[in-house]
Write a protein that binds this ligand. Structure first.
Ligand code: BGC
Length: 784
């Protein structure tokens, strides 16, 4: 070769090599080039990959039951045990996002690849229902801030939480993950939680959008529900959360609403969520939710999770055949890319895998004490001043339920049981009783059948029979008897009335025998309810002296329970769901959770057979029903006791006539001997001219600061036009009807302390919306 040619080659080779090594240099890169040019540079296959997740294997589900995953996606997980991942398009600088459950703490595998020298435990925070029972949005945000830090430090981009469906029926299997039967509570709690989590620069996914109020046949349940009930009850909380907190993502639910899967509903995901509410993030399906990938894409369900090869094929074919327009696909892709741009992974955040679990445990304990509800306290049984020794009964006294099962579960390093909590607080827990219970629990756990799938809640262990001699001895030597009643629930099943909502016969016997033995000795008995949803209390509550509703309080539960029972913390939680006298009193008791359609079978047992449910209770959910139809509950919505007493005075409205806004203020004074916080609630009774109205509805709530004895706080509420309005289906408008409105300030929905009236001179059309999600035929709903 001539020297000149050699020189030319020598000059060329490095540039050829560098172009080969880095072909991306000329391609638009996410975050550097305009988003439009990145989308334009994506091939059809890349766009489809981005909107279909990378798939995953669920532990415990036999192979073949889940749809196949692309072998190319079988690459090592960045965060082992996270629920999902999105596809990367490396040549355009688009990274993989990692998505992880769940509402009570980061749910990832604590041990990776059998190497226990390094662990990845997460904090189990109190469940959603407990957090909501604090009625303290600042507290919920604070929990979110701590929790979101764990999300960030474990390398996760989006937390699949909060769960915020309405607790329509006490038996809902996932009620513990959710906040309330009241959308104003659900919406405000979710918004605060989202703000807290997202303050760390990670995302959330408010779920399950919408009307996912039961676990029964959940992927095949058709929910018939009126537009009004949807707008006022089942969508309202989501609306508040979207408008005030802009979650990065929304997760559509498994169920159908009026015969369309929510993940395939353009009405829900585009018309309402994006166009009416201004949602700016992206929508993902629930895991394997819906059936028709093309319909999902067209509805504006931007991402199909966890993603299957079948979906990839269907979407590709859908675009090629013109069933999905490129414009629609680009919209979905853009929604996802906008979120990727904000993600810690995109920003190259160097996560530590070492969140401050000690600090978060303190937040978890503090939050748990704020949401526990004191249901009963005869003759100041509580706090336990002067008590030294405790006889502790009930399995869950020694084996506390920190949270629920399924995707709401958390892999925590420990759980502080009630006995441990009491011991830490300096009480003497009877050691003989304790070791008898512990041996019994170990033995029974070894004997019980394994759940059909690892995901599902195991069978509960029956309570240990207590002999007369044992009870006599305990009542002699201990100052007080404490009984814990526990219930475990979770994804994949609803609770039952018998032996779950209602106490079991053995539990009733335990309460009878323990109270008899202790009362005969002039000693008292307190019950701790370690539950995720309401249980029957009317048949046994008169027998005991005190009841603390501790909910599922997270990993520090035992310490938090001791904090409240000892009086270190004065309880200030109140109920965000009605505790009925009997299950039959619940308006939808007969139809819940729905019924299977005769002769229709699903080929996949995971789906459940086709089934339906009609929400003929309409807007009369929870206290809206009990208070309108005068059905006496065991403990009403908003109820909760304190170790002190509060006086309500000086209720003042800013005007007698509503002109766009009214402010109500009221003075709350601590009249007792110890410091405490009060949850002050504003209910509104509206005139009913053309529309059926509940007796009253919650329109605002404030939790006071910790008030010292004698100290007072003026709290105020603002009522805007929307607070006065109900949804008029005929005109698709939120309307405030003219007439007299009564503002009721209460310590609960039935314990109204002060009220005042104002009037509205003319009907007010507050907000016109679209006709959307209408049932094919009118639903005959309960009316007053
Ligand atoms: C649950 C979701 C969860 C998802 C991922 C589904 O079964 O319904 O709440 O986020 O799984 O684990």
């Amino acid at each position: 070769m001539k020297p000149f040619k050699i020189l030319c080659l020598a000059l060329l080779v490095p540039s050829i090599l560098s172009a080969q090594k880095n072909p991306a240099t000329k391609l638009p890169q996410l975050g550097k080039a305009p988003l439009k040019s990145v989308v334009a540079a994506m091939t059809l296959e890349e766009k489809v990959k981005l909107i279909v997740g990378m798939g995953f294997n669920i532990e415990g589900i036999p192979p073949g039951m889940l749809p196949p995953v692309d072998p190319a996606d079988n690459v090592a997980e960045k965060v082992v045990g996270a629920a999902g991942r999105s596809h990367a398009v490396s040549r355009l600088g688009i990274p993989t996002l990692t998505l992880s459950d769940g509402p009570a703490g980061v749910r990832i595998n604590p041990i990776r690849h059998k190497d226990s020298t390094k662990t990845y435990y997460a904090t189990a925070f109190p469940v959603g229902t407990l957090l909501a029972s604090s009625w303290d949005t600042a507290l919920v945000k604070r929990v979110g801030v701590a929790f979101g830090r764990e999300v960030l430090e474990y390398g996760i981009d989006i937390l699949l939480a909060p769960g915020m469906n309405i607790q329509r029926n006490p038996l809902g299997g996932r009620n513990f993950e959710y906040y309330s039967e009241e959308p104003i509570i659900a919406g405000n709690m979710a918004a605060s939680f989202v703000k807290g989590i997202q303050s760390n620069g990670v995302g959330t996914s408010i779920k399950h959008f919408a009307a996912n109020n039961a676990e029964f046949n959940r992927m095949n349940l058709n929910t018939y529900v009126s537009e009004r009930a949807l707008r006022e009850i089942y969508l309202r909380g989501f609306e508040i959360a979207v408008k005030t907190a802009q979650p990065w993502t929304v997760m559509s639910s498994y169920n159908y609403i009026n015969s369309t899967y929510t993940s395939e509903s353009k009405d829900l995901l585009t018309t309402i969520l994006r166009n009416e509410w201004g949602f700016k993030g992206y929508v993902m399906t629930d895991w394997f939710g819906g059936k028709n990938a093309v319909a999902q894409v067209n509805a504006g369900n931007d991402q199909l999770m966890p993603g299957t090869t079948i979906q990839t094929k269907e979407v590709l074919e859908g675009v090629k055949s013109g069933k999905i327009s490129m414009e629609q696909l680009d919209k979905n892709v853009t929604h996802i890319l906008n979120i990727i741009l904000k993600s810690p992974t995109f920003k190259g955040y160097k996560y530590s895998d070492k969140p401050d679990l000690k600090a978060d445990a303190r937040v978890s304990r503090m939050a748990a004490t704020e949401g526990m509800v004191l249901l009963k306290n005869n003759d100041n049984t509580l706090p336990l001043t002067g008590t030294k020794s405790i006889a502790l009964f009930g399995n869950t006294s020694y084996d506390l339920i920190a949270g629920g099962t399924g995707s709401g579960d958390v892999n925590k390093a420990y759980v502080i049981s009630v006995d441990k909590g009491f011991a830490n607080a300096g009480y003497k827990v009877d050691a003989t009783l304790s070791s008898t219970y512990k041996a019994y629990i170990t033995d029974q756990k070894a004997k019980r059948p394994k759940p059909k799938m690892m995901f599902l809640a195991p069978e509960p262990i029956g309570e240990m029979p207590l002999s007369a001699d044992l009870l006599k001895a305990q009542a002699n030597k201990s100052d007080i008897g404490v009984i814990t009643i526990g219930r475990l629930a979770g994804e994949g099943g609803d609770r039952k009335e018998a032996d779950d909502f209602n106490l079991t016969a053995v539990e009733q016997t335990m309460i009878n025998d323990v109270t008899k033995a202790f009362h005969d000795n002039g000693k008292k008995v307190v019950v701790i309810l370690n539950i995720g949803g309401p249980v029957e209390t009317a048949s046994w509550r008169d027998k005991v002296d005190g009841i603390l509703l501790a909910w599922d309080p997270g990993l520090e539960g035992g310490n938090a329970i001791a904090d409240v029972l000892s009086g270190k913390v004065n309880p200030s939680g109140k109920l965000t769901a009605t505790f009925p006298m009997a299950y039959a009193d619940v308006p939808n008791a007969k139809d819940f959770p729905g019924k299977e359609l005769p002769g229709q079978k699903s080929t996949n047992p995971l789906m459940g057979n086709p089934a339906e449910v009609t929400y003929d209770d309409g807007i009369y959910v929870g206290y809206r029903y009990f208070n309108t139809f005068d059905v006496k509950p065991a403990y009403e919505f908003g109820y909760g006791l304190s170790y002190t007493k509060f006086d309500y005075s000086k209720l003042k409205l800013s005007s007698d006539n509503f002109k766009g806004k009214i402010t109500a203020s009221v003075l709350i004074t601590n009249q007792g001997k110890v410091a405490g916080k009060e949850v002050v609630q504003l209910y509104l009774s509206a005139p009913h001219k053309n529309l059926n109205k509940p007796e009253s509805e919650l329109k605002g709530f404030v939790k006071t600061r910790l008030l010292k004895p004698g100290e007072a706080q003026l709290v105020s509420f603002v009522l805007d036009a929307r607070s006065l309005a109900s949804f008029n289906t005929a005109t698709e408008t939120w309307v405030a009807e003219k007439g007299d409105y009564k503002v009721k300030i209460g310590a609960s929905s039935l314990d109204i302390k002060k009220s005042e009236k104002f009037s509205l001179a003319n009907d007010l059309n507050v907000l016109k919306v679209h006709k959307a999600l209408a049932p094919a035929s009118e639903i005959k709903e309960l009316t007053k």
